[in-house]
Design a protein around this ligand. Structure first.
Ligand SMILES: Nc1ncnc2c1ncn2[C@@H]1O[C@H](COP(=O)(O)OP(=O)(O)OP(=O)(O)O)[C@@H](O)[C@H]1O
Length: 362
């Protein structure tokens, strides 16, 4: 296992990149700590695969270096990097048994037979494959085949890292949660550095200790699932994580007050140094905004109420912008006129999409 350092890494597919828009991956500096469980999360086209391919050696970056335990591997081919990869679709040898498939990466490296047997049985046990060890892989379901692929990625104890590229795509939805928790257990037990690429926030947040969120070729936040929820560093993180995502409204902020339309809100912090000319927005998660009667809080137009089982969510508009808020049991409204109360401690202020840290109010 190794720590992996991305040092000033950037990549453009075109040969003569001029500005940031020409880069599929904008400059990134990051350290994946040895033994960490990471997710690389972002929508399609944000640059996840490009970054994964740079780590695995399939793509040589336009700029910057990649270091494994301090050793520069930027120009080393995949075979020389000592990493394991698990892809979206199963990669198994159909003519081999499950046992032979799992043993393959170890046999290839000349590991003694007894150690292979013990390791294969351990990994099979952890993935729930023990009963099929001596069956031909060809007769198994797509789920079981993908478990074999995962097993082949996990079987070598000496890899620098294991890269998972959307590994649960073919897995039946009701088995996904089970495999995610298996992977988490395996991570805890085996001290492996794992990087898990996905566009699915549930997969990322349940698997990873640290999530790296990418947007438009750039890393916009790296944090624990709690940090991403409680303090989104970028409005994109607020939107992308959470269901529904964070509400974002244009606002005018002066000191410790914010104006939305004609309403003034008191903030829990002061913002005396907002950058001049920046686009200022206020963000608040639906969990911290509550539907209320007209005249209470910020005026809103209520469109509908969704019952999502654990809660009821008001779908409303504030100053013409969509806004989601919690519906308390006691609220009674006639028609669409409503108010929305904000918890001031949970309001975030953004300048040009980036979080601004407030100061204590004197
Ligand atoms: N070989 C390539 N040549 C040119 N442009 C590419 C190439 N591969 C990717 N791109 C572009 O680079 C950007 C990032 O793509 P990338 O595949 O890394 O994103 P992603 O987040 O992995 O998306 P997905 O989840 O759809 O695979 C996209 O705009 C894509 O069109």
């Amino acid at each position: 296992m190794a720590s992996i350092t991305l040092d000033g890494l950037a990549h453009a597919y075109r040969p003569d990149p001029q500005g940031p828009k020409d880069y599929a991956l904008k400059e990134i500096n990051h350290v994946w700590q040895q033994g960490g469980a990471y997710a690389l999360l972002g929508p399609s086209g944000c640059g996840k695969t490009t970054l994964l391919n740079i780590i695995s050696g399939l793509v040589i970056p336009t700029r910057g270096r990649i270091l494994f335990d301090g050793r520069d591997v930027t120009r080393l081919p995949t075979e020389a990097r000592n990493i394991a990869q698990v892809f979206q679709f199963p990669v198994v040898y159909d003519t081999m048994t499950v046992r032979q498939n799992l043993a393959f990466p170890l046999k290839n490296r000349g590991v003694p037979a007894e150690r292979i047997r013990a390791r294969v049985e351990e990994i099979a046990d952890r993935l729930g494959l023990s009963a099929s060890l001596d069956r031909k892989a060809s007769n198994l379901t797509a789920d079981a085949k993908q478990k074999i692929s995962l097993g082949r990625g996990l079987v070598r104890p000496d890899v620098a890292a294991i890269l998972f590229d959307e590994p649960l795509t073919v897995i039946d939805p009701h088995l996904k949660w089970q495999l995610r928790s298996m992977l988490k257990e395996i991570h805890r037990a085996l001290d492996l550095t794992m990087i898990y690429v996905t566009h699915d926030q549930t997969e990322a947040l349940t698997f990873a200790d640290k999530v790296v969120v990418m947007h438009d070729g750039a890393v916009v936040q790296t944090g624990t699932p709690e940090e991403l929820f409680e303090r989104p560093a970028h409005t994109f993180v607020g939107h992308f994580i959470g269901s529904p995502g964070m509400n974002v409204l244009p606002a005018t902020v002066e000191g410790s007050t914010a104006r939305i339309g004609d309403t003034t809100l008191a903030l829990a912090h002061a913002y005396p140094h907002l950058p001049a000319g920046a686009r200022i927005e206020l963000g608040i998660r639906p969990e911290f905004a509550t539907l209320a009667a007209p005249g209470d809080g910020v005026p809103a137009k209520l469109n509908r109420i969704d019952d999502i089982g654990r809660a009821r969510i008001a779908r409303a508009e504030i100053a013409g912008r969509p806004f989601a808020a919690m519906v308390p049991g006691e609220v009674r409204l006639d028609g669409s006129e409503a108010g929305i109360r904000f918890d001031p401690r949970q309001i975030h202020i953004y300048a040009d999409s980036h979080l601004v840290t407030g100061e204590a109010i004197r």
